[in-house]
Design a protein around this ligand. Structure first.
Ligand code: PBG
Ligand code: ZN
Length: 336
């Protein structure tokens, strides 16, 4: 007996040979995730030891080939270039001349970051300036909080974080980005900003920041390595993803405007779970180690830099990030 056409289709429904995945694939029509230049955030290191423009205002970072510590004047040039490529926002890290136990340079109104923000805002009208908000670059011990009896103490640190936030916002930062993983930091910063008439300054919280070996090159770059212990009493254990959801939820309740997962590519599952659970804008930090691994392997000829870079950034988008902080921002922008 012959099968009718309908019967035949029913039998084949969802099956080869009626279904051929390659039919569309070769057209390259469907792209579920797409990168846009204006969602890339470029991190910059502003070094108070460097003065002026040109050679003297720029020092290569050995552990991050292609990245530089910049004087304020060089940073202005870098921001203008980023803007011309379509990058909308930058994330600033400061390397101060003077460090002390309490990191007091971090909230000096004439500190390196405060001056850099003012100058960049003067020279470049339409850039979104985000300032990293932490103590580790400013303290002699290199930890992200105050030390008492050899330990990083949480609550006394919060008051200082509030002062840093106010000084950065007063200098003109659009968004402050607390990265120290202290409990209650977002709430303390929100309160300090609001009490000082800075209720329009946004907070991008490093909400789920893992204690990662991938920060090694950054600590070289920012001179923010710790002198004793490690950061595992405040940064998260890489084994934990559910804990990240709690961290994110708390930061949302405390008033975060954007939450961040960091690092990015080793933690795509975390990005994806945060995205599925919460509707808040989500950033992912493609960190220094993720950058340097790829640059080193491609310098050796083992990987094709541009292809792996775009694959990695697209993966972060696919996982669900709205914003990507990446040292590749300019290179990616040139390809997009
Ligand atoms: C400091 C800070 C770190 C990074 C961003 N802010 C390093 C750390 O926690 O030790 C890492 C960035 C990178 O590796 O690119 N709180
Ligand atoms: Zn820190």
């Amino acid at each position: 007996m012959m099968m009718g056409v309908e019967e035949e289709h029913e039998k084949m429904n969802g099956l080869f040979p009626a279904v051929r995945m390659r039919r569309l694939r070769k057209l390259k029509l469907i792209k579920e995730a797409r990168l846009y230049t204006d969602e890339l955030i470029l991190p910059l290191f502003i070094d108070e030891h460097l003065k002026g423009a040109g050679g003297s205002g720029r020092r290569p970072i050995e552990s991050m080939p292609g990245q530089y510590r910049l004087s304020i004047e060089e940073a202005v040039k870098e921001v203008l270039e980023a803007r011309s490529l379509g990058i909308k926002s930058i994330l600033l890290f400061g390397i101060p001349l003077r460090k002390d136990e309490r990191g007091s340079e971090s909230f000096n109104e004439d500190g390196i970051i405060q001056r850099a923000v003012r100058r960049i805002k003067e020279e470049v009208g339409d850039v979104i300036v985000i300032t990293d908000l932490c103590l580790c670059e400013y303290t002699t011990h290199g930890h992200c909080g105050l030390i008492e009896d050899g330990r990083v103490v949480n609550d006394p640190t919060l008051e200082i974080l509030g002062r840093i936030a106010v000084s950065q916002a007063e200098a003109g930062a659009d968004i402050v980005a607390p990265s120290g993983m202290m409990d209650g930091m977002v709430g303390a910063i929100r309160t300090a900003l609001d009490e000082n008439g800075l209720s329009d300054t946004a907070i991008m919280s490093y909400a789920a920041k893992y204690c990662s070996a991938l920060y090694g090159p950054f600590r070289d770059a920012a001179d923010s390595g710790y002198k004793f212990g490690d950061r595992s009493s405040y940064q998260m254990d890489s084994a934990n993803a559910r804990e990240a959801l709690r961290e994110v939820e708390l930061d949302i309740r405390e008033g975060a405007d954007i939450v961040m997962v960091k690092p990015a590519i080793f933690y795509l599952d975390v990005i994806s779970r945060v995205r599925a659970r919460f509707d808040i804008p989500l950033a992912a930090y493609n960190v220094s180690g993720e950058y340097s691994m790829l640059v080193a392997a491609s310098d050796k000829g083992y990987l094709k830099k541009e292809e792996v870079m775009m694959e990695g950034l697209t993966a972060i988008k696919r996982a669900g990030a709205d914003l990507i902080i990446t040292y590749f921002a300019k290179e990616a922008a040139r390809l997009l």
